[in-house]
Design a protein around this ligand. Structure first.
Ligand code: SF4
Length: 398
């Protein structure tokens, strides 16, 4: 089914909201003209957001890395340190709370608590930290962790995944960030993360979380040597769970960063592959509301383009990010740049909440936060060490 007429018929059906099969998605991904893919995906986005289709969103959040100690040693990861290594660091609760305070001061609404699979951190560690954060800053949404961390902490504490989810949710976790999905099909997952739980298990835990009332986003790491068919299979696995739960709020593909990791940058996704994936995701994941462009990993211009290939959101302006930056992600931005980026892509920018409601719609440039201290007073934060630098760097990722 690679005849042009067949592809056009599939694209037309998808653009009109019809469901496409994994086989059709793969054919589109491989053979449909990029421009036609983008047009069809944008038509779907516009229909889904009829009335607000002129808007593209962003969020202000902080990524708080609590430790880099990790027993899982994923081959694509430049962030972790082996638990007995002299490169291991941890942040204490006071430091974490200081970072939360800075996030609130700078207008952030969400934190992503993210770290390695520490050999000793069980459910209790997360209960204590989430409860402390919520007690001090109830306005902050804790959008953090994912199935991998749940699997790990449950094993450390000797409890079921269900109990782990129930307890950290009760302690303050609002939603799962969906990290750790990497590539869900077995072959590429084993190749890059042999010690991580299987893709099936990752989905099983996310499905469980959705049933327990904890929604999430879903992610995909592109460019570590997976095939096109495996990329589409990843989408199929997410769509099947979503048909049952409706708990994935968004799909966020991002590209492998090549530096300082065991894969040694031997493969990478091209920007065209990335845009095609964004578009096919919008067409195939007809049950997932939001598709996010990850300009931290693909760059601002491609991030802008993604808004014309089906994406409706550019993710976060991060007050701190250390994970993909460690692997070479160099793109930096700030709030005014993101607002400008979205405007120049022909959309009206809106700051959103974790659950995608619009907090501020920047529909009048005269009212822009022109002296935005979030932007102008930021520089850098050390990755290592336990003390928050008073000035923060501002980045963006999922
Ligand atoms: S990706 Fe996460 S689980 Fe894998 S090595 Fe890095 S920190 Fe550990």
């Amino acid at each position: 089914m690679t005849e042009k007429a067949d592809l056009t018929a599939v694209l037309d059906r998808a653009a009109e909201g019809g469901r496409i099969t994994p086989e059709e998605a793969l054919e589109l991904y491989r053979h449909a003209p990029l421009h036609a893919l983008g047009q069809a995906a944008d038509a779907v986005r516009r229909r889904r957001y009829a009335g607000t289709e002129h808007i593209a969103t962003y969020i202000i959040e902080r990524n708080i890395n609590y430790t880099n100690s990790c027993v899982t040693a994923c081959k694509f990861c430049a962030f972790y340190a082996a638990p007995k290594s002299d490169k291991v660091w941890t942040r204490d609760l006071d430091d974490i709370l200081r970072r939360c305070a800075e996030t609130v001061e700078l207008g952030g609404t969400q934190i992503m608590f993210q770290g390695g699979h520490h050999p000793d951190y069980g459910v209790e560690y997360y209960e204590e930290h989430f409860a402390a954060i919520k007690a001090a800053y109830p306005q902050l949404v804790i959008h953090s962790l994912g199935a991998s961390e749940v699997e790990h902490m449950a094993r450390i504490s000797g409890v079921s995944a269900e109990e782990a989810i129930r307890r950290i949710h009760a302690a303050g976790l609002d939603s799962f960030a969906g990290a750790g999905a990497e590539l869900l099909p077995e072959r590429p997952r084993k190749a890059i993360a042999p010690l991580k739980e299987s893709g099936e298990r990752w989905l099983e835990i996310m499905e469980l979380a959705h049933r327990l009332g904890v929604e999430s986003t879903s992610t995909m790491l592109m460019g570590t040597g997976e095939t096109n068919a495996e990329r589409i299979e990843h989408l199929r696995m997410i769509r099947d769970v979503q048909d049952r739960t409706g708990g994935f709020r968004a799909f966020i593909p991002y590209t492998y960063q090549p530096q300082n990791n065991a894969l040694k940058g031997r493969t990478q996704a091209t920007l065209f592959e990335y845009l095609r994936l964004i578009a096919v995701a919008r067409l195939f994941l007809d049950n997932v509301a939001h598709i996010q462009g990850s300009w931290l990993t693909v760059g601002k211009e491609v991030g802008q383009l993604s808004l014309h290939y089906g994406a409706d959101d550019l993710g976060s302006i991060m007050l701190e990010e250390n994970v993909v930056s460690s692997a070479g992600a160099k793109h930096r931005s700030n709030r005014m740049e993101i607002i400008d980026l979205i405007r120049k892509a022909g959309r009206v920018p809106a700051q959103r909440a974790t659950t995608y409601e619009h907090i501020v719609v920047h529909d009048d440039p005269a009212n822009d936060p022109v002296h935005d201290h979030v932007v102008s007073h930021l520089s850098s934060t050390a990755i290592e060490g336990g003390t928050a630098h008073p000035e923060l760097k501002i980045l963006s990722t999922n």
